[in-house]
Every structure is written in structure tokens, then in C-alpha cells.
Design a protein around this ligand. Structure first.
Ligand code: PEP
Ligand code: MG
Length: 902
């Protein structure tokens, strides 16, 4: 940037110059102080230094050119307005220096109060305060303490020790018992602490204090806790903070002064009313520090009725103006009310829905806006049982919150034991190093799943999310010993039958029973609570907002379901079809043997026998699913497992054979099996013989499935149940693969359908990058595409779904290479681009091509917005995510300027 431009750049805004829509530039606090000023509310005068100044400072390590002069000019105006000069020995102006980023980051950044006090102006301050020496010296010691800690990194404990020592000498525990002399002595002690740690005297020049405080607030943008908070809240790292320089008003001038916080509605439940706390004779920091007990805000009516009425009037005005819950900080200085801050207040997920509904009733917002006031993450939170607040338990381990909710139960280590104990009516938590498809029954029987390995797309995580079951994965502090049926953690041993509690939102693991509450929102989705009849405000609000989302959205929402029970539940949750029925799960359990025989068949006869045995079983599976969906489309994916999942583990088999040989047993059969397993062993099974490749290698396998699907559809139709099957071919990378499968499938379909009124579509997954890049060709042979974004992410990035999350994602998140796991939320720039290309080129080749997505991303809020923008027809997600996808699809379809439900 040219020097000329830098000088002219406006870095400082008076409160009267800003407004609430300038949050990018002035931060939330600055923009709202400006708004209140312009509304005529009593805001202490001040000015805001912009986020752009912060960005420039952080980039170069020094204040940008021109900033110092602009601060001087605004300070001069402030001094003139107040009739006082900063740090004037006789009649000082004092200012606070406060951070304020675009998004609220409570307590993460710095504030310095009482800037302008020094050895001389402290005397002037006492005079201003009618000779109140105690107040003046207390203000000065607060400045040294805050300034020392914040600006010069003096360890805060040293100041705290010193004040504790002073109180002890007085035989008291209350700050208020320290008199002016005590505080004057404390200022001396504080100054010594300051110079011991900084090698300099406490700065006496008020402007130097101000500049250093501003720099410290800028720097606090990059404090470790702020960085961690931003990462968690997905706040971009480059926004920077604004700095507000505000004339000080004092809540600690005596009993007719005080400070408080107020909410225009209850931020916990959303209930209407006045909520807040008040603390007489105190500054805001005392409230936060919890040193003294506050009283409910209503008490203020008794203490100072005029100020209370005035505050209520402002609260009502602010709510009408912002059309939302506002939270407010205020101070009363010798009876006069000052508004120090307001913002659209943070709230719980439940309050977000309830308040949005109320505001519609009150005519302040319309339903489109209400959709923007809530989000899918909040809805998801409300759909799980939750641990009660303040339960007082200490976590013994923290893993990855892989599937949310609160689960409590007895520890079991095997699937069989889980089924057995659950059968006796026990709640169990299945604890495994990692799960595999054979654990399915145990997972179904359990309240929750806890693993010591794996990430958010590990088997345990994906399956648990699909079932709506709580799961903590990758809790690597757990040392699990399955044969001994126990694990150790934090020096304690937990054996089978001991109770643990797991929180699938935070990933925390507790020993013992943490108290939990069920979700009334799920009861509503399940049809157990009538939204018209209930007096549950949350359920009524959820119903209303969901109905509007459904009426508004363009995306259809389907579900990923492999069983009739899942399908039925998903329909209750609002699914409009099945977007992915993974057939490999139908080959487990007692059918595993048939599949093993099929894979290892020595000749066509053996193979055909297995297929013939599987056909009626598969047909019955599909009949059940078609019935459950009753006329809605059902996308059945032909089998796509890595082969090894159906064969005995190689190492175990080798050991068994060697042992049997040693004993001289007849092991001819086992040896043949071992040889076959060796032959089929793959180093990278996820990139091996799976999907369409398997279908092309094992003759008759896909044909059997196509026949079973079509026969089931014909059977249902005959019985008066409409079936709309869509056969989906997995892992296609070249149109020729699809054409080969299609030619065979069409023959079978024609033969089975005969004259009956059944239509079967044939389409493909797009989950191999090559398929996305040749989508135009592939569309010639496909009636629909469904994006398999799990594999597309795996293959597009070149990292294994099963391994990488635990291995290095933490580092990538830390470095900001990605803000969130690309397995969780679609990487719009890379993998999303493949989706966009395939959608465009597919539709160009075949207008009207049906497009959907069935990877895990189909239920992720941000990804739903992306798929909406790409123009897909539907998203498909696990049953439990269906309401989330409905809501987000509605939100994506409604564009309301300036809304942000963060
Ligand atoms: C996918 O890859 O996104 C997909 C849906 O298939 P699977 O997860 O079964 O590989
Ligand atoms: Mg896949």
C-alpha cells in the first residue's frame, strides 16, 4: 500500500459515526455502542479503533501510519466533550480500553480500565469523587494490577497475593474493609511488583498508558486461549479485534452506585421476562470475578426505582430495535444509569428456537427470519439426551465426540455380552479398541459406544451416528484389555459391569452415573408429543420452524438406512426416500458363511449354490424396506465392502492352522481356506477389490442382487404396495464399468418385471475422482448420480478414511490447513469442486439427471448449504440427521440479508 493511502485511511470512528451494521470494521461491541449512542441511550462517550488497524498492527508489529494522530484527534474531541483531560492532575478524564471483535469471544481478550491514573491524577480523582480517597486509591491499584497483567505480563497471582496479604493483616476477607491508607500502601506494593517484573517504573504518562493498552488489546487477538476459542467456534483467524476507548463511569463510588448485567429474555429457556444480576458499589470485573454475591436484577427496583424503570424502558427499546434477545451491561454512577454494552445475546439451543417462535408471534420477525435465528447444530443438540448441568463429575478421559448425546451404562467388552446384558434389561456401554461390522448387534443393544481408537469417520462413529447412538471414539487414555474384560484409565481399573457415563458431544468419559434427561424434541419427531396440544414451548417452536423449513426448501431429504426399522424411523423424522441402502450389512451374521463360500467357491456350481441361497434372503430384505417406505424412492446400492470383511482374519487363521498342524490334526480344509485368504489379502483394501470391481469379478453376484430387488418390487406391487427401486452401482470410475453392469441388469429387470407396473432406475455413485471428471460420459449410462463424498474425500485428498483422523488431523487443524475435518464438512474448494463439475457435466449430457449425495456430508449443516448451491435434488443422511438436513435445506433456501445465527 502506498504511504499516501495509509495516512489517509480512517482507522478511528467516534461512537456517533458508527452503527450496528459495521461489525466487520468496528467489532460487535463498537458497532453496538455506536447504535445505542445514535438511539439516544446514555452511553459514555468514546471512539473505536477499527479491526483494520488491528490487522495492520498484527502484520507489521507496529501501529499503522496515521493511527497515532487519529487517536490524538479523537481523544482531544472526547476530552473537550467531557470537559476533562486524560490524566489531568486536578480533574482527570479516565478511559477504559476494551477489546471487541466481530464475533463475541467472551473473556478471551483483554480490557484495561482506569487508564489515565498516575501518582498525581489519583489525587484529582479523589477530589472529583467528593474527597473519596478510598475510591481513588482503589481505582489506581486496579489499573496497576490490570495493566501489569495484561500489558506487561506480570503474573496475576503476585497482585492477588499482595491484596490477600493486606486483607489478612486487617483480619478480613472483604476488599471493602481495606481503607484508603491500606490501598495507598497496596499501590506501593503493586508498583514494586510491577518494576520487579518489567525492569521499569509503572508508566506515569497517560498517553503512553493508552498506547500500550491499545497494543496489548491488539496482541490479545493472538493469545492462546483466543486462538483455541476461535478454532472451536470456527471464527476466522484473520479478522482481528477492534479497540474501544470509552470514558470511565464508576459503579464503585458508594451505595448509590453499582453495576449489572441484564437479558431481555431468559437466555437459558427463552422465557419472557427480566433476567439479570446487580452488584452495588462495584465495577464490572467484580461481577465477573464472583468475589461478592450479586442480587437479582429485580432488587434494583427497590434500590433505585428511577434507574430501574429507565433500564427497563431501554431494554424494551433495544429488543424492538434489534428484534432479538439483547444482553446488556450497565453501570449506575451516583444514581445515574449508563449503558456500557449491548449485543444480541448468546442463548442455549432451546432458547434459540423458543425465542424465534415468540418473536414471530410478537410480529417482530417473519418465519423466514426465524429460520435464520436457529441452526441445525442447535437442533442436533436438542435431539439427544443430555447430562444435567453442574453434575460435578470429573472426566477421566477425553476422546472425540463422534456421535452426540449422553449415555450411561454398564461397561461390556464384547458384542455378545452387550446383547446378553441388554436382553436382561440392563443399559450397557460397549467398550472396544475399535468396532467392526461384527459388532453391529452389540452396538444396537448398547446405549453408547466408547472406543480407544479411530476418529469421526471410524466405523464406530459412522454407525453410531446412523443409529442416533452416543459414541466417543479415540479415547486413547483408555488401556483396554478385552480378554480380562477391563480397562485402565487415570490410574483406575474399570471392569465389566462397572458404570460409566459418556458425553458424545464433548468426548468426555466419566466413571459412575452422571444424571441425564431425555429429549422432548425426539419425542415430538417420533409422534409421541402433539405439538398442537403440548404446553412445551420448545416443541411448539420446533414444530413451527420445521414446518416452515419444509415449506421453503428446494432440496429433498432422504435417509441412509439398511433396515426396515431405520427406514420407518427416518420416515417419522421426515425422510422422503432412501438415498442409500448399503447392502453389505445384509451379508453379516448367519449369512456370513454363505458369502464366504461364495467368495471362495472353487467352481461355478458352488458359487451358484451360494447365490441361490442368498437370493430369497435378499428379496425378503428388500420387501421389508419397500414396505417401510411405501411408495417413496429407495436407492439400493449393490454390494461394496472391502473383501477382507467377509473372510477370517489372516493372522488368526495362520496361527490356528499352525497350531492344529503341530497337534497332527487334519487341517486340509483350513489350509485351503488359508491359501485363499492369503491370495485375496490386500494391503489397501479400501482401494482394492470392492464395489463394481467385485461385481465384475464374481459372476452372478450383482445379478442376484438386481433380481432380488426387482422381484421384491414386483411382489410389493402385486400386494398393493408401491415400490420405487433405484439400483446404484458403487465405486464406478469409468463409464464402461457401469455399462457392463447395466447391460446385464437391464436384461434381468425386463425379464422379472414382465408386464407389471414397476419401474427400476439404474444409476451410479460418484465417489472416485475419475468418475467426477468423466461425469459427462458416465451420465450417458446413468439415470441418477449419488455423490459418495466419503470416498470422494478419501480419494480426492489421498488419505485413508480409517486411519488419518487420529494420526494427523489434529496437526492440520492446529496449522489451519483445514478449519474442520473434510470428512465432516465438505471441502468446498477441492472435493466440492469435483461435485460441481460432475453435476454440471452430468446434467449437460443428460438433462434432468437426478442428483443426490449420500456421503456423511448429507447431514452436515454447512455441506447442506453447499449442495443446495450446487443444485442437487436431494441430500441423504442417517435417520437422526434427517431433521437437521430438513432445517438446513430450508435455511439454505431463504436468504435474509444480515442474518447470522452464530
Ligand atoms: C461414500 O463413499 O460417501 C458412501 C456413501 O459410501 P460408503 O461410505 O459406504 O463407502
Ligand atoms: Mg463409498
Amino acid at each position: 500500500m502506498a504511504a499516501q493511502e495509509t495516512v489517509e485511511h480512517k482507522y478511528v470512528y467516534d461512537f456517533a459515526e458508527g452503527n450496528k451494521d459495521l461489525k466487520d470494521l468496528l467489532g460487535g461491541k463498537g458497532a453496538n455502542l455506536a447504535e445505542m449512542t445514535n438511539l439516544g441511550l446514555p452511553v459514555p462517550p468514546g471512539f473505536t479503533i477499527t479491526t483494520e488497524a488491528c490487522q495492520a498492527y498484527l502484520a507489521s508489529g507496529e501501529q499503522p501510519a496515521g493511527l497515532a494522530d487519529q487517536i490524538a484527534a479523537h481523544l482531544a474531541a472526547l476530552e473537550q466533550g467531557m470537559g476533562r483531560r486524560l490524566g489531568d492532575p486536578d480533574d482527570p478524564l479516565l478511559v477504559s480500553v476494551r477489546s471487541g471483535a466481530k464475533f463475541s469471544m467472551p473473556g478471551m481478550m483483554e480490557t484495561v480500565l482506569n487508564v489515565g491514573l498516575n501518582d498525581r491524577s489519583v489525587v484529582g480523582l479523589a477530589a472529583q469523587a467528593n474527597g473519596n480517597q478510598r475510591f481513588a486509591w482503589d481505582s489506581y491499584r486496579r489499573l496497576i494490577q490490570m495493566f501489569g497483567k495484561t500489558v506487561c505480563e506480570v503474573p496475576g497471582e503476585e497482585f492477588e497475593h499482595a491484596i490477600d496479604e493486606a486483607k489478612r493483616a486487617k483480619g478480613s476477607t472483604d476488599d471493602l474493609d481495606l481503607d484508603a491508607d491500606d490501598l495507598r500502601a497496596l499501590v506501593d506494593t503493586y508498583k514494586k511488583i510491577f518494576s520487579k517484573h518489567t525492569g521499569r517504573e509503572f508508566p506515569q504518562d497517560p498517553r503512553e498508558q493508552l498506547d500500550l493498552a491499545i497494543g496489548a488489546v491488539f496482541d490479545s487477538w493472538n493469545a492462546e486461549r483466543a486462538v483455541i476459542y476461535r478454532r472451536q467456534e470456527r471464527i476466522p483467524a484473520d479478522l482481528g479485534t477492534a479497540v474501544n476507548v470509552v470514558a470511565m463511569v464508576f459503579g464503585n463510588l458508594g451505595p448509590d452506585s453499582g453495576t449489572g448485567v441484564a437479558f431481555t429474555r431468559d437466555p437459558a429457556s427463552g422465557a419472557q421476562g427480566i433476567y439479570g444480576d446487580y452488584l452495588a458499589n462495584a465495577q464490572g470485573e467484580d461481577v465477573v470475578a464472583g468475589i461478592r454475591n450479586t442480587v437479582p436484577l429485580q432488587e434494583l427496583e427497590r434500590i433505585n426505582k428511577a434507574a430501574y424503570d429507565e433500564l427497563l424502558d431501554y431494554m424494551a427499546r433495544l429488543e424492538r430495535h434489534y428484534k432479538d434477545l439483547c444482553d446488556i451491561e450497565f453501570t449506575i454512577e451516583r444514581g445515574k444509569l449508563w449503558m456500557l454494552q449491548t449485543r444480541v445475546g448468546k442463548r442455549t439451543a432451546a432458547a434459540a428456537f423458543v425465542i424465534a417462535g415468540q418473536l414471530v408471534d410478537e410480529g417482530l420477525i417473519d418465519l423466514d427470519e426465524a429460520l435464520h435465528r436457529v441452526n441445525g447444530a442447535q437442533l442436533a443438540q436438542l435431539m439427544f439426551p443430555r447430562f444435567q448441568l453442574d453434575h460435578g463429575f470429573e472426566a477421566v478421559a477425553t476422546g472425540i465426540g463422534a456421535s452426540p448425546g449422553a449415555a450411561v451404562g454398564k461397561v461390556v467388552f464384547t458384542s455378545a455380552r452387550a446383547v446378553e446384558l441388554a436382553g436382561q434389561g440392563e443399559d450397557v456401554i460397549l467398550v472396544r479398541r475399535e468396532t467392526n461390522p461384527d459388532d453391529l448387534n452389540g452396538m444396537i443393544a448398547s446405549r453408547g459406544i466408547l472406543t480407544s481408537r479411530g476418529g469421526k469417520t471410524s466405523h464406530a462413529a459412522v454407525v453410531a451416528r446412523g443409529m442416533g447412538k452416543t459414541c466417543v471414539s479415540g479415547a486413547d487414555a483408555l488401556d483396554i484389555d478385552v480378554p480380562k474384560r477391563r480397562f485402565t484409565v487415570a490410574g483406575q481399573t474399570v471392569t465389566e459391569g462397572d458404570v460409566v457415563s459418556i458425553d458424545g458431544t464433548t468426548g468426555k468419559v466419566y466413571l459412575g452415573e452422571v444424571p441425564a434427561t431425555p429429549s422432548e424434541v425426539v419425542q415430538y419427531f417420533e409422534g409421541e408429543l402433539d405439538p398442537e396440544a403440548t404446553d412445551d414451548a420448545l416443541v411448539r417452536a420446533v414444530h413451527r420452524i420445521m414446518s416452515h423449513a419444509d415449506a421453503t426448501r428446494r432440496l429433498t431429504v432422504r435417509t441412509n438406512a439398511d433396515t426396515a426399522a431405520d427406514a420407518a424411523r427416518a420416515r417419522r423424522f421426515g425422510a422422503q426416500g432412501i438415498g442409500l441402502c448399503r447392502t453389505e450389512h445384509m451379508f453379516l451374521g448367519d449369512r456370513r458363511e454363505l458369502v464366504e463360500r461364495l467368495i471362495l467357491a472353487r467352481d461355478a456350481n458352488e458359487r451358484d449354490e451360494s447365490l441361490a441361497a442368498l437370493l430369497p434372503l435378499q428379496r425378503a430384505d428388500f420387501v421389508e424396506i419397500f414396505r417401510a417406505m411405501d411408495g417413496q424412492p429407495v436407492t439400493v446400492r449393490l454390494i461394496d465392502p472391502p473383501l477382507h470383511e467377509f473372510l477370517p482374519p489372516l493372522e488368526q487363521l495362520a496361527v490356528d492352522v499352525a497350531v492344529a498342524q503341530e497337534r497332527g490334526e487334519d487341517v486340509a480344509k483350513e489350509e485351503a481356506l488359508l491359501a485363499a485368504v492369503r491370495r485375496m489379502h490386500e494391503e489397501n483394501p479400501m482401494l482394492g477389490l470392492r464395489g463394481v470391481r467385485l461385481g465384475l469379478v464374481i459372476p452372478g453376484l450383482f445379478a442376484m442382487q438386481v433380481r432380488a430387488i426387482t422381484e421384491a418390487a414386483v411382489e410389493c406391487t402385486r400386494q398393493g404396495v408401491r415400490a420405487c427401486p433405484e439400483i446404484m452401482v458403487p465405486l464406478v470410475g469409468a463409464v464402461q464399468e457401469l455399462e457392463t453392469v447395466r447391460t446385464e441388469a437391464e436384461k434381468i429387470i425386463a425379464e422379472v418385471v414382465g408386464g407389471s407396473d414397476v419401474e427400476v432406475l439404474i444409476g451410479t455413485m460418484i465417489e472416485v475422482p475419475r468418475a467426477a471428471l468423466t461425469a459427462g460420459q458416465i451420465a450417458e449410462a446413468a439415470e441418477f448420480f449419488s455423490f459418495g463424498t466419503n470416498d470422494l474425500t478419501q480419494m480426492g485428498w489421498g488419505f485413508s478414511r480409517d486411519d488419518v483422523e487420529g494420526a494427523f488431523f489434529w496437526r492440520y487443524l492446529e496449522l489451519g490447513i483445514f478449519g474442520i475435518s473434510p470428512f465432516e464438512s465438505i471441502d468446498a474448494d477441492g472435493i466440492g469442486r469435483l461435485v460441481r463439475i460432475a453435476a454440471e457435466e452430468g446434467r449437460a449430457a443428460r438433462p434432468g439427471l437426478k442428483l443426490g449425495v449420500c456421503g456423511e456430508h448429507g447431514g452436515d449443516p454447512d455441506s447442506v448449504h453447499f449442495f443446495h448451491s450446487v443444485g442437487l435434488d436431494y441430500v441423504s443422511c442417517s435417520p437422526f440427521r434427517v431433521p437437521v438436513a430438513r432445517l438446513e435445506a430450508g435455511r439454505a433456501a431463504v436468504v435474509t440479508a444480515g442474518s447470522d445465527s452464530r
